[in-house]
Design a protein around this ligand. Structure first.
Ligand SMILES: Cc1cc2nc3c(=O)[nH]c(=O)nc-3n(C[C@H](O)[C@H](O)[C@H](O)COP(=O)(O)OP(=O)(O)OC[C@H]3O[C@@H](n4cnc5c(N)ncnc54)[C@H](O)[C@@H]3O)c2cc1C
Length: 360
């Protein structure tokens, strides 16, 4: 690399920050441009629950994403360990619950997980729990549900602590960050020859026309009396929810999934559905205090799968992380770094990750 050549990263959300750190660590002089401010109000990463649940998510995605999730679960502790600031990360598995009347939904979910287990036998096996087994795992749910499923090994982290720690690391690595600076790849002359990475999430829509937003609403509450320790999903035919515990008695309850790029505040209907469903899991949530109601759109490509796209030599777009950004970001990072060092990625082939070229 030419000593004066600078590498440009567009977007300081989840992917942009991870990539900026890794590029700087491996000797690149990096400039990051973000349309917003350091607390990332415009990023999906700012509102995400940041659950790392490859098997649970296999009910709604492809095996390639599950593979990326398993790879990333191993990589997160290493990556967090380099940041020099604490980031809440746990790997206590996922609990899946349903009310008796929704047994058909549970059967369907179990069938989808069985298909994943056949395709990927190396994944930890699902454990079927009776009421006593459930209470042993989560005493707070004693006598509340007669059955459940336990998905061992799945994880979660604190999204905002991670974003802050990544920024801290970027500063330590002399990454230049330009806030309130919306840019597009066209603003950077291809002839300069330096690397450019476009990690603008939904902000790349004008250039990548198959991108769309899928609105998600979450509620952050403080419920110190509720002692649920691991991410818990409630299967439901109309409003499935998850409850993701964070440190200090804080829980994320989410998330709606609405085909719309509407970024307006959380609707009353969504708030009612999310909170009522959480209350049916544990009545202690009735006394919780609402800290925040957040709405944001997930960046999604036509097939709901992530992709890389070459805009030209050394110009790469990374997008379509949808509802799996935290689940797969380390795998995406490793793929991109292989592209940087080798011009292509064998890992991408293993993940069946689409790598395409921009039309024209
Ligand atoms: C409600 C909700 C819940 C979620 N829960 C989970 C979960 O539990 N687990 C999981 O794995 N994933 C989850 N996700 C998904 C995850 O948050 C996203 O997949 C991930 O944040 C996408 O990362 P990204 O870097 O591509 O985009 P983002 O994180 O959205 O970052 C894009 C960045 O680009 C910047 N930008 C935009 N336009 C421009 C421009 N013109 N110039 C410069 N900068 C620009 C933005 O300001 C932003 O900082 C959730 C998402 C939502 C909305």
């Amino acid at each position: 690399m030419n000593s004066v050549e600078r590498t440009v990263v567009l977007g300081a959300g989840l992917m942009g920050r991870l990539l900026a750190c890794e590029l700087a660590r491996t000797g690149h002089a990096v400039d990051v441009y973000d349309a917003a401010t350091p607390d990332s109000p415009g990023s999906a990463a700012h509102v995400a629950a940041a659950m790392l649940a490859p098997l649970a998510e296999s009910a709604v995605t492809e095996v390639g994403v599950v593979r990326m999730g398993s790879h990333s679960l191993l990589r997160w502790p290493e990556l967090i360990g380099t940041l020099g600031q604490p980031v809440f990360f746990q790997q206590q598995g996922t609990l899946v619950l349903w009310h008796r009347q929704d047994a058909a939904e549970a059967t369907r979910f179990q069938q989808l997980l069985s298909a994943t287990a056949q395709a990927l036998p190396q994944l930890p096996a699902v454990e079927v729990l009776d009421g006593a087994g459930l209470a042993r795992l989560e005493p707070a749910l004693d006598e509340r549900f007669p059955q459940g499923l336990y998905l061992p090994g799945e994880g979660q982290l604190d999204n905002r602590e991670l974003l802050a720690a990544l920024l801290h690391r970027m500063q330590a690595l002399d990454v230049r960050v330009h806030w309130n600076s919306p840019r597009s790849p066209a603003d950077f002359d291809e002839r300069c020859g330096g690397w450019l990475f476009d990690c603008r999430g939904l902000g790349a829509r004008a250039d990548w026309t198959t991108l769309r937003g899928v609105r998600g609403e979450v509620i952050r509450i403080h419920a110190p009396e509720v002692t649920l320790t691991r991410p818990t999903r409630l299967l439901h035919p109309r409003y499935p929810i998850y409850i993701a515990p964070k440190a200090g008695g804080v829980f994320f309850i989410g998330a709606t999934e609405i085909e719309s790029d509407d970024m307006s505040p959380v609707s009353v209907r969504s708030a009612l559905e999310l909170l009522s469903a959480a209350y049916t899991v544990h009545p202690g949530f009735a006394e919780a205090r609402i800290l925040e109601l957040c709405a944001q759109c997930r960046p999604v490509l036509r097939d709901n799968l992530p992709a890389l796209r070459w805009l030209g030599p050394r110009r790469l777009q990374i997008n379509g992380l949808y509802r799996h950004g935290f689940l797969i970001a380390p795998a995406m990072l490793d793929v991109v770094m292989e592209c940087v060092s080798e011009g292509r990625s064998a890992l991408a082939d293993g993940f069946a990750l689409r790598v395409e070229s921009a039309p024209g």
